[in-house]
Design a binder for this molecule. Structure first.
Ligand code: UDP
Ligand code: MG
Length: 151
């Protein structure tokens, strides 16, 4: 099993795109394990984006991600789920993201790219722990439609 931490960033929430973006994830067949609207603190943001500390865009990124509420969610699935979600999200710069991807269909600029998704199963676990207590995550459940999505 793999876990991806997804964030619908402030621009996605402000633009009313929670529904359309979640619909894409649901329609693909992915299973949500936890989901909530939060105001990200600077501490959470710095922990989440620790790998980017010191880069030119870091302070702007922290300001952006803490500027308004975000939706955080965890998606679980079999091996390959993290990569599949990243493919749905598209390239970091929406101007270069393929049509059909979330960033490629809804965004224009790298600094307003709508959504975060973990880039590895290891980061999926690490990032999930920043935003969710274990009791906030639903354990084992299957969507009723599971057998029509999975062989
Ligand atoms: N970012 C930015 N300018 C840049 C590079 C990144 O504003 O030149 C922001 C953008 O919001 C991006 C986040 O920093 O999503 C994290 O960057 P990363 O390279 O990890 O991209 P991601 O994994 O989100 O595709
Ligand atoms: Mg990244």
């Amino acid at each position: 099993m793999e876990r991806a931490l997804i964030i619908l960033k402030p621009d996605a929430v402000q633009r009313g795109l929670i529904g359309p973006i979640l619909s894409r994830l649901e329609q693909r067949g992915l299973r949500f394990q936890g989901l909530k609207l939060i105001q990200m603190t600077k501490d959470m943001a710095c922990q989440h984006y620790a790998e980017h500390e010191g880069k030119s865009f870091f302070s702007g990124l922290i300001t952006y991600i803490t500027s308004a509420p975000v939706l955080v969610l965890v998606v679980t699935g079999k091996a390959g789920t993290v990569e599949l979600v990243r493919a749905m999200v598209g390239a970091t710069n929406p101007a270069k993201a393929a049509p059909g991807t979330i960033r490629g269909d809804f965004g224009l600029e790298i600094g307003r790219n709508l959504i975060h998704a973990s880039d590895s199963p290891e980061n999926g676990e690490r990032e999930t722990e920043i935003f969710f207590k274990s009791e906030e995550l639903i354990g084992q459940w299957e969507r009723a439609i599971h057998i029509w999505i999975h062989e």
